[in-house]
Design a protein. Structure first.
Length: 338
């Protein structure tokens, strides 16, 4: 049995069916992400695990103990919210120490554990500051320290980086992963950002309208999306009509939809030597988008737009209006009957 087991959970808010016979498991010590768009049920599931939201049916187990109806304070599960939820009239030290004081631990032990937690989140010297004197990133680290100081069985994180700028978000991602490994914690992370999920996770559950659309390791979801929804959400795939591709390449595709990744398409100004294991087509560049170290070309191929990604260089290899030739190996094509 896995460390966390969720069996056939149903959740309604009035007539809205939020979670639909949902089951999943989490192995001890793993960093698992619940990924999906707003309203798919991921935050509701996290609150159910924390005991903050009840379920209509189903069961939840933690370490083989049935915690379905256990109160939050008896689950020993820590949760970090989007809003930090720090006590504004307490110092950093007192915010972090709050949970230990509620457990009536002795002062010496509290000082030792709080000092260790503050050091882990790199906030030494800020113990006497109040939340209003801290940046958003520092407040989030206080919330993290307050959570880990009690050594919870499970750490839950509900989109904790949503209000933080991109550079600081990457720093906090690294810090949380570092602490997760150092403490050997079991962590469940909620996000709508697929890039964040890929960076943070050992395992991902992709949710769609209250059900699990696909699950697997980041590389499995990235390279082998099983549905059109997964391909669109996870990998920014090119998704085009199978009949259209048959018409322009001469290959016989019987599937309804075809998907392939932008970085797997080869682009050239001259016609490419043709191999039997690849398909070939040509088009005109209609847009160019710089994405960090990647340049994305939008190529119009007979009224259908194809995305092509290549590593950027100091010189622009292609320009808007250029006629280009594209090729793609058959092995890199995913075919969908839906």
């Amino acid at each position: 049995m896995a460390y966390i087991e969720i069996h056939n959970v149903e959740k309604y808010y009035g007539k809205q069916h939020v979670l639909k016979n949902l089951s999943l498991s989490v192995e001890k010590g793993k960093f698992v992400t619940l990924l999906g768009a707003s309203g798919c049920g991921k935050s509701t599931l996290l609150r159910i695990l924390a005991g903050l939201t009840s379920i209509d049916s189903g069961a939840i187990y933690l370490g083989e103990e049935d915690i379905t109806h256990l109160s939050p304070n008896k689950r020993n599960i820590g949760m970090i919210f989007q809003q930090y939820s720090l006590f504004p009239t307490m110092t950093v030290y007192d915010n972090v120490a709050f949970g230990l004081k509620m457990r009536k631990m002795n002062k010496a032990q509290i000082r030792s554990m709080v000092s260790e937690a503050i050091k882990m989140v790199n906030l030494e010297g800020s113990e006497k500051k109040y939340p209003s004197q801290l940046s958003g990133g520092e407040q989030q680290r206080v919330a993290l320290a307050r959570c880990i100081v009690t050594r919870p069985k499970v750490l839950l994180l509900d989109e904790p980086f949503s209000a933080i700028d991109a550079k600081l978000r990457k720093s906090l991602q690294s810090k949380i992963k570092e602490i997760h490994k150092e403490l050997g914690m079991t962590s469940i992370f909620v996000t709508h950002d697929q890039d964040e999920a890929m960076v943070m996770s050992d395992y991902i559950y992709l949710l769609n309208s209250g059900v699990i659309e696909q699950e697997g390791t980041p590389i499995e979801l990235y390279s082998k999306p099983r549905t059109i929804f997964a391909a669109e959400f996870i990998g920014d795939y090119n998704i085009i009509d199978g009949n259209f591709l048959s018409n322009i390449t001469g290959k016989n595709f019987t599937c309804k939809k075809i998907a392939f990744r932008p970085e797997l398409v080869k682009i050239c100004k001259q016609p490419l030597y043709q191999h039997v294991d690849s398909i070939y087509f040509s088009g005109v560049i209609i847009d160019i988008v710089l994405q960090g170290n990647i340049v994305r070309y939008h190529v119009m191929v007979d009224k259908t737009k194809i995305k092509v990604d290549i590593l950027s260089s100091q010189e622009c290899l292609y320009n808007i209006g250029d006629n280009v030739y594209l090729s793609l190996q058959m092995s890199n094509i995913i075919q969908y009957a839906e």
